[in-house]
Design a protein around this ligand. Structure first.
Ligand code: ZN
Ligand code: ZN
Length: 293
């Protein structure tokens, strides 16, 4: 049993790091740069984010931009390509179903309409790299599995002398765990939970929310002792694993701001921190005019 549990513990940690980087790639490259033009990126970070997304998601940036652009135009109204609360006001199980299935299904259905995709992705600048990745999304996902398998066999079986079947199991868990992350986290959680549960600091016309827990503990004196724990959850899950995207009501209030976690002190935003570092390295340029302080 321990020969499986120890490697699976390591796999869980790797999954956390890998999926955080997937969220970071989506929010910086696809969301803040490609869709909202809230920053410029140099070739190097752009290429790293694209390769990573090619391996772990198979998402075509043009389709992502089109879906998200339309989401902002018709948020939670007729025409929203993936509203979790319109036209049916879902309750808990309905939102859970949206996170697990409906979010990604609606995304796929929307992108079957080429006219709509072309219309809503007009501002997206494609290039040869993008075209290659878009045409070969299955190749990216296949290469990703082969990479994971090679590293698992090399590190797990050759260096740490685990049984070969344990290494194969670890690579399968890593592949499934990374490939299912963007449908669940981006299409499901952000578009589902972040339009239903959480606090609203801005009276926007749709139902967007921020889903941090610390907010609730600051409201009642007797909940103050819980703040260190809720802060840990907010930073590790909302800020890092989801790279700041759950500060979604902030985002809808000011979509062009490169900073999403701008309203409260606990709203850690890995996407913003990364952009600041890239800017210091002259690898990104933030559109400061729209940044909310
Ligand atoms: Zn939204
Ligand atoms: Zn947006």
């Amino acid at each position: 049993m321990t020969q499986v549990l120890a490697p699976l513990g390591v796999v869980s940690l790797i999954l956390y790091l890998f999926n955080s980087f997937t969220s970071l790639s989506i929010t910086v490259f696809q969301h803040r740069f490609s869709t909202h033009k809230s920053c410029e990126l140099s070739f190097l970070p752009k290429f790293i984010f694209r390769v990573w997304l090619w391996f772990t998601t198979g998402i075509k940036t043009r389709e992502w931009v089109a879906t998200h652009t339309k989401h902002h135009q018709f948020s939670d109204k007729d025409g929203d390509p993936h509203s979790a609360v319109f036209p049916v006001k879902r309750k808990f199980w309905g939102i859970l179903k949206f996170v697990v299935w409906d979010g990604v299904w609606m995304y796929v259905k929307f992108n079957e309409n080429e006219d709509e995709v072309a219309f809503y992705s007009k501002k997206f600048d494609s290039d040869k790299v993008e075209e290659f990745f878009s045409k070969n999304s299955v190749l990216g996902l296949t290469l990703w599995f082969l990479l994971l398998l090679s590293f698992s066999l090399l590190i797990g079986s050759y260096i740490f002398e685990n049984a070969i079947w344990v290494s194969i199991l670890c690579s399968v868990v890593l592949w499934v765990g990374t490939v299912t992350w963007s449908p669940l986290a981006a299409a499901g959680y952000v578009n589902g939970v972040c339009h239903k549960y959480g606090y609203r600091l801005f009276k926007t016309p749709e139902f967007s929310t921020n889903t941090g827990l610390t907010y609730y503990c600051t409201k009642k004196f007797y909940l103050y002792p819980l703040i260190p724990f809720t802060l840990l959850v907010d930073v590790l899950i909302m800020g890092i694993a989801l790279a700041g995207e759950p500060w979604h009501n902030n985002h809808h209030s000011n979509p062009r701001s490169a900073k999403l976690g701008f309203a409260k002190w606990w709203e850690f935003d890995l996407g913003w921190v990364t952009l600041r570092i890239l800017e210091k390295l002259h690898l990104a340029q933030i559109n400061w005019k729209h940044v909310r302080k």
